[in-house]
Design a protein around this ligand. Structure first.
Ligand code: ZN
Length: 532
């Protein structure tokens, strides 16, 4: 390898030192959570919450109007019973009735609090008869705990509360305040849960008032040879739906035009799908750091050309293309805007020409793509199809006069831009503490035999979590469900289950992170931080 290449890659993937918790008199997490009783107690706790079917439905109404939300009240009763010390000692505020906001004030009120998150809701079980064990009757088989929500996200919910419970049991008072925020409609966008909680926090504490947000997500801990990569998401792709409504004159089916409105819409679908977005691996995409880490730490497990290509400073488009050709969908959706034709409605009778067809196309926007350009590009493509049929275009930059051929109306819905990117480098002390804690925990577990080093590196999430509502509170947002690859199965599918050893390791992450962050002196308010 040339000297220049070595020099240019030397600063890649700086590893934070492994962070052993301070001498705070608390029990060592390796010992505290290693005993059998803990595993059994966690099975009981997790089972109890899985058994409450807190489903959030796509068509859920408002809290207070739709009775289906009431099951969350039952969950709160169960949580109180499972964690009596927390119920007694920790202030909890209910936001919009079912959102839970716990507050543990620290002794130094000039330090911005940390915020740990999880969501209380689960997705519907689909067909319960297809499950090996009933989805809302948790089953522990000695290794795995089965049930809807066992992993997503009740494991995180119970994991966080169990860590706090273990700290309180040792009469612990943090120096830096701790907030726990549990929304109840993450699976349907978080508008009634997390959005309300964040509004409450912003109103009372102001913007940039939190040192760190730690939520579910990321790609867990993946092993490549003797290296394990811990992959919290430090960014999320954006989101937008484009709704296309085509209106043409109807008529009788016995005298159809060459293409009905359904036929024309089909041509639009074809034109869109024939022109996907391009993969781009530019400097802003966190995946670049992930690949650099792999090139440095696992050279024999990755493409032989990877290091050289990353160092070459060549075109981001060519590199993106090359990565997708090599790894396919394993990397594609982290570096390419996705486009999915998801919903189509049109036509109602076999003797009537359809006069109105509606199409919904979903986009997950990559960090390198400009949202306005994307909307414009799609609108132009649609226009180029419908103009051939003398159909006018309205919306997304078009304002054409309606013609005899009809009109297609374009609109965007639920637009969310790509998230800000959390600085995940050694200059950011919060990242050093977070990543140093992950190293400390996962380098000490016996479930990763042969792993010598854990390399935490920030990645990007292709979907959105409740953190989308928390951007104003901090620049440090980590979406990371602490879990080893293959230890959580069936998420959003049938037979959801979690390996209980994985759940217990996750508690250690929460427990040790809370301790490690106490030594951090940064993220200070002017004077005292505002109170809840
Ligand atoms: Zn989730």
């Amino acid at each position: 390898m040339s000297v220049i290449l070595v020099l240019s890659t030397r600063r890649w993937c700086p590893l934070s030192p492994k962070l052993t918790p301070p001498d705070d008199g608390l029990e060592d997490s390796r010992i505290l959570f290693a005993i059998d009783e803990v595993l059994h107690r966690q099975v009981e706790r997790l089972s109890a919450v899985v058994n409450v079917s807190t489903i959030s439905y796509d068509d859920n109404g408002q809290v207070g109007e739709d009775m289906r939300w009431e099951t969350f009240g039952e969950l709160h009763t169960v949580l109180k019973r499972l964690f009596p010390v927390i119920a007694q000692q920790v202030e909890v505020e209910k936001i919009n009735k079912y959102g839970l906001l716990y507050y543990l004030p620290g002794t130094d009120r000039s330090l911005k609090p940390i915020l740990l998150m999880a969501h209380q809701d689960v997705v519907p079980p689909m067909d319960p008869r297809q499950w090996t064990h009933p989805p809302f009757q948790a089953h522990f088989d000695g290794e795995w705990l089965w049930g809807r929500g066992a992993s997503d996200c009740k494991s995180n919910l119970i994991g966080i509360l169990s860590a706090i419970d273990a700290l309180l049991a040792q009469a612990y008072t943090p120096r830096r305040s701790i907030l726990l925020a549990f929304g109840f409609d993450e699976e349907t966008g978080g508008t009634q849960g997390a959005a309300e909680i964040s509004r409450h926090l912003e109103r009372n504490m102001g913007n940039d008032s939190v040192a760190m947000v730690f939520d579910e997500g990321g790609m867990g801990v993946k092993t490549l040879g003797h290296i394990a990569y811990a992959l919290p998401a430090v960014a999320e792709k954006g989101f937008v739906d484009i709704i296309l409504t085509l209106e043409t004159s109807g008529g009788h089916s016995s005298r159809p035009p060459k293409h009905t409105s359904i036929g024309i819409m089909s041509k639009i679908v074809e034109a869109l799908e024939e022109n996907p977005f391009s993969p781009v691996l530019d400097q802003t995409n966190p995946m670049r750091n992930v690949l650099q880490c792999e090139a440095v730490h696992s050279p024999s497990h990755v493409e032989p050309w990877l290091r050289k290509e990353l160092a070459s400073g060549g075109s981001a488009h060519e590199l993106g293309e090359k990565m997708v050709n090599s790894r396919g969908d394993a990397i594609r959706w982290q570096i390419q805007t996705s486009q999915a034709v998801d919903i189509i409605h049109g036509g109602s009778k076999d003797n009537q020409l359809p006069s109105r067809v509606e199409l919904t196309v979903n986009y997950r926007i990559s960090t390198h793509d400009d949202v306005e350009e994307l909307l414009n590009k799609v609108a132009q493509r649609v226009a180029s199809v419908v103009h051939e049929f003398d159909i006018a275009v309205s919306g997304l930059g078009f304002d054409e006069e309606q013609t005899e051929g009809g009109v297609i109306r374009l609109a965007s819905k639920d637009l969310l831009r790509p998230s800000p990117i959390t600085p995940a480098n050694s200059e950011n002390e919060v990242w050093s503490i977070f990543s140093g804690t992950l190293r400390q925990v996962y380098e000490s577990v016996d479930t990763l035999p042969g792993v010598e080093t854990v390399v935490p590196v920030g990645s990007i999430a292709t979907g959105n979590s409740d953190t989308a509502h928390y951007w104003k509170l901090t620049r440090n947002i980590y979406r990371f469900t602490p879990s080893r690859e293959g230890s959580r199965l069936g998420i959003h599918d049938i037979d959801e289950r979690i390996q209980m050893s994985d759940h217990v390791e996750a508690i250690r992450v929460y427990y040790d992170l809370i301790r490690n962050i106490q030594a951090y002196d940064g993220d200070v308010c002017d004077g005292e931080c505002l109170d809840l």
